[in-house]
Design a protein around this ligand. Sequence first.
Ligand code: SF4
Length: 558
Amino acid sequence: MTDADSPQPPAAPAETLPATDLEALRAAHAARPPTTPRERLRWALRFVEAGDLETARALRAALPADDAARLDRALLADAPGAPTEEDAAEAEADALDLRRAPLERPDTALARLFLQWFGGRPDLYARQWHDRRRRRSGYRPVREPFTEQVALDHLAGRHTVGQYPLFPDGTVSFAAFDLDLSASALAELEAGHGPGSPVRHPVLRAYAARLLEAGARLGLPLFPEDSGGKGLHLWLFFAPRRPARAARQLLRHLLEVAGAPPADVSLELFPKQDAPGRRGLSSLIKLPLGLHQATLRRCPLLTDGFEPIESPEAALRRLRPVDPPQADAILGRRMLSLPLPSARSEAAPAPPAASTPRSLASALRALGEGPDARGAADRVLARCAQLRALVDRAYAERHLDAPEARALIYSLGLLGPEPTTARDALVAAGVPMRELHRVRRGLPSPVGCKRLRALGGDARCRGCAMRHRDAQPYPTPALFAVEAPRGEPRHAAFAPWLGQAELGPEPVEELGDAVRALDARLRRLEGGDDPAAAPPGDGPAPTASADGAADGASEPTP
Ligand code: SF4
């Protein structure tokens, strides 16, 4: 509680009495009850001071809102277990002791392990500073190697290191969510429970748990840390390094699945930029396991239940990077809003062999787990513009109408034992999973092209191989799922750079151009205003124009 918030002692009532004489106070109050709100507040605060909270609460009922809030603060501060000034002084002394005596004596092995995960750029780092008198904090870049000794000093609490996640080539070895509690929620927490970590706040914990759960479900393991300030960091690691843009896409995907943060939680994503600025720097983030210089609190890594892991070594040994194929699959799905670039020069693929709806449903369910089912979903989305549009809408607008949700459930939702592509899109659109689970209890026929056309219009189906109806007794995009994969591995032609450690911005831009070109062409085709109505890829690609367009094409984020 700040000085400004502290309830001032009330002016003594007309009949001045010793504040400790509760009986006399009650008698004086009964003899001359307050008649104005101001008098009522004075008496209520007087009763709080004298320890008669019950009478104070009774007086509260007749107070206007502002005065009632002021009384509430006094009541909260007087509640049993509420922090006193001595408690605060003790906490500050503890923190100073903590600074002088680190929890565990770090050694070079621990420093090496720390650098392996949090070292980032080896050529520079930043040091946190705090001006206690002016209550200001910040970071000073240090253009020196981030050595074991620097890491040792950070772990020992002798100084605190922040790191710039972006390497000069635009890649990152880690990404992070920074979750902070709002000032009002923080003040409320401290008023009720004393100074300490905001990680105790149930709203912050609940939202962080949602992100952790989304990460576990998507195969993107997040590792929580008490940031030592106003909240939590959730770390995601890459080995090999990934382009910053791809890393941010993965964080956004997690956000879409977990949902937006509650009002009392603000959120930042690191890395924030795609490439370092002119001075070679980017937005930095404070590293864990040291001291927060402003609060003097330790920043331990936490268990998935948000309990501090006492041993830094044990905490570092449980970290693990994202499985690269899993990251590829998610990134691939997010960018599947348009046909693969290679489709520009390919003839339309022949539709697979004819099949009855029932045998097709069995074949869809029999698709293998994991990559097999995801590969099947990618094949369907690559060929069927109607379903692509629905998945796009789910992510971009976070909404699907009931018939649209059903179309996804009866197509992508039937693939394999775990239909992750459908589930993620439905979650992003806020569609309950009940219908998906119900449908999957049987072997229903997949949705047909006729119904999809009725939903999305005929224009999207132009040029699709499935339109050769005479070859198909029951045309449905689900047939693409059971077609054998053709040619190269699933993502190779689509995003060949995603698994490389060293890369520049060119391939991303190249893909962006291709996607924009296809997008423009597709829009013209859909709008029916392209007299040529040529299949994608015919003729020169339209020129991409602005950065905003590039972002829009490659980052279909709501
Ligand atoms: S014809 Fe069928 S498979 Fe092709 S785009 Fe239309 S709905 Fe999708």
